[in-house]
Design a protein around this ligand. Sequence first.
Ligand code: HEC
Ligand code: HEC
Length: 351
Amino acid sequence: MKYYLFLISIFLFLTSCKDSPKTAIQTVDKTSGIELLADQSHPGKGLLEKECYTCHNPKTAQSEMIAPPMIAVKKHYLKKTNTRDQFVKDIMHWVKDPSEKNSRMPGALRKFGIMPYQSFPEKTVSQIAEYLYDNDIDKPDWFQSNMGKGQRKGKGMGKRKGIGECSGNCMGKGKGQCKHMGKVSIDTLEKYKILGKKYASRTKAALGKKLMQAITEKGPDGAVKFCDINALPLTDSLSLAQGAKIRRVSDKPRNPLNKANEKELTFIADFKKTLTSGYPAEPILDTTDGQIDFYYPITTNAMCLQCHGVPEEQIATSTLSLLDKLYPNDRARNYHENEIRGIWAIRFNQE
Ligand code: HEC
Ligand code: HEC
């Protein structure tokens, strides 16, 4: 019970930031019947977003999904069980052994190909599964029409925040993040932030899809060349219309062409500080000659470490020798999970 009081007090603290969008989700504790707030501080939330949303992200456009959104997975897994224990076991079982025989979503398997095996600590997956079971999670806007009847339209399942609202940081770990700027500038800034994030997430999805396919088919060695965004066909209509130029740069580049410049290095340092502080990152915007420069951090997850982790431990010997050959000045090693690997540096035209 104390736990819940704790959550409620966190909520009260957070809502003291007036402009915050009300993204808190209400659920009902079945044992006490008391209305509770979705557990924003649950470790499973961050883990879900970090480890699973690379592929299961509800914010990815339908045409760019590389895996079913997590809400669809949850729905399927709830069909077979209504106990929390069993749900958690089932999810853990899958993550440990994603195989055709274990699949409950044969349609998704056919459409996307099988989920690649990734090694996660058991506790990570159990916390994710518990969080999934206990909370309403975000669903994509397009998901509504695909949902069967009886689906809840609860708070937190619906619309995302609109332009001009305080950008959601107020719901993070607290104070100091809610920027009270003039209405006009918020509108414009938010618009560019959203646009920038859209470019970044599209590119990430396209890249993730290639990487995932390649790792599944050929293993990390065969996939090595697929982590190059320049190899992607990024000239879609949106990018063309806005004249977007998308780069990924790093303070420890693998490819020397991806080396961050002075200015970008200071942004990387800023994002590193933000990450350690625990606050969610806000994109950085900069304007030059009618163009917008958008910067946003790229963080590592478990999947990245097979090519960016500790040599011999996480990077296999064979992958290593390939990397040595292709990138003699490779500095992009010895990363751990949840570190800043680099940033998106995206330039597009001001409207
Ligand atoms: C690299 C991309 C990727 C990541 C990361 C990923 N998944 Fe998946 N996942 C997929 C794909 C693709 C499918 C759909 C095909 C399938 O069912 O295998 C899937 C399907 C699933 C399913 C349904 C499986 C079935 O067929 O019954 C579950 C459960 C699941 N994922 C859980 C997770 C969890 C939990 C995480 C985070 C710990 C995670 N996934 C991370 C790609 C990914
Ligand atoms: C299969 C191997 C592999 C995996 C897995 C992988 N990368 Fe890479 N990564 C590379 C290679 C190779 C390059 C160099 C690409 C180039 O030549 O532009 C690279 C380059 C990058 C760059 C550009 C900066 C630089 O160092 O040149 C970033 C940023 C990056 N990777 C982030 C990630 C993240 C984040 C993940 C996990 C989500 C990841 N990578 C997973 C192999 C991989």
